[in-house]
Design a protein around this ligand. Structure first.
Ligand code: B1M
Length: 210
């Protein structure tokens, strides 16, 4: 990792919010690829999560970390979006019912749009009925569910069931992603794929919609 990216990672972990946007700018100016800059910020977020788990950071620190990520992304997202084309198909995306984490979901949305997908972003804490409605209204071929809380994984099964009941399950593929998702969970919930990061998410949806 280059010097600017090390500094960015450190600023994220230490919650030095004023430093984040300038460091993103500097890293890009020095020729770092936008995805690597993103990688450094995500690594910093994992560091924050680890300190929270150890009891060294509190909820307020998670909020600050979220703000820091947003400040960095405000600089980074226009670069990630540079390749937008449109026309690869429609993806309905959201964070599941009971979960309000949206930073990873927003990144996936940005990467999908910049790769040519139409993204219907329903936001956070989304009940299954709204997902069914959006799939139907937009003729979507794919659904992406972001899930970070272990306590909310049942929401995935609720979406699968609701799509089955609506007679739409055969027409849509479902992928999940987020900190608490695993291959075993994907299998248990009856979804079609799991994306570990935003880049993998793009590859999965290209497979679904291609
Ligand atoms: Co919360 N939180 N949080 N949090 N938070 C986690 C997730 C946690 C792991 C922290 C910890 O304990 N180490 C833990 C969950 C433990 C668990 O259940 N396994 C946790 C907890 C417990 C909580 C609360 C319950 C805390 C409390 O109130 N006591 C609470 C829950 C609120 C709720 O949702 N109902 C809560 C609240 C919050 C904040 C609001 C303060 C804030 C969120 C701000 C926001 O999103 N606007 C927050 C934050 C910032 C975090 C951590 C520190 C960082 C999450 C993040 O943004 N990561 C997080 C620790 C961690 O994840 N290690 C934590 C950066 C982001 C880019 O990564 O979201 O993983 P991620 O997305 C990645 C991939 O996962 C993937 O691509 C993305 C880009 O590469 N991906 C997908 C994500 N979604 C995808 C969808 C796809 C494909 C790929 O579709 C197919």
């Amino acid at each position: 990792m280059g010097e600017q990216l090390e500094a960015l990672n450190k600023a994220m972990v230490e919650l030095d919010l004023d430093a984040i946007a300038p460091l993103v700018e500097k890293a890009l100016e020095e020729g770092e690829a936008p995805v690597d800059v993103l990688g450094a910020m995500c690594q910093g977020m994992s560091g924050v999560g680890a300190l929270f788990e150890k009891g060294e950071y509190y909820l307020a620190d998670l909020v600050l970390a979220g703000e820091g990520m947003k400040e960095g992304l405000a600089v980074l997202e226009p670069r990630l979006e540079a390749g937008a084309l449109g026309g690869k198909g429609t993806v309905v995306l959201c964070t599941v019912k009971g979960d309000i984490h949206d930073i990873g979901k927003n990144l996936v949305a940005t990467m999908l749009s910049s790769s040519g997908f139409e993204v219907v972003d329903l936001g956070v804490d989304v009940p299954e009925a709204r997902i069914v409605e959006a799939v139907r209204a937009n003729g979507a071929k794919a659904v992406g569910l972001s899930v970070l809380l272990t306590s909310m994984v049942q929401s995935i099964a609720d979406v699968v069931k609701a799509l089955e009941v609506a007679g739409l399950r055969d027409q849509v593929k479902i992928a999940i992603g987020g900190a608490c998702t695993t291959d075993a969970l994907a299998e248990k919930m009856g979804v079609d794929a799991i994306g570990r990061d935003a880049v993998e998410a793009v590859r999965i949806f290209e497979g679904f919609c291609g």
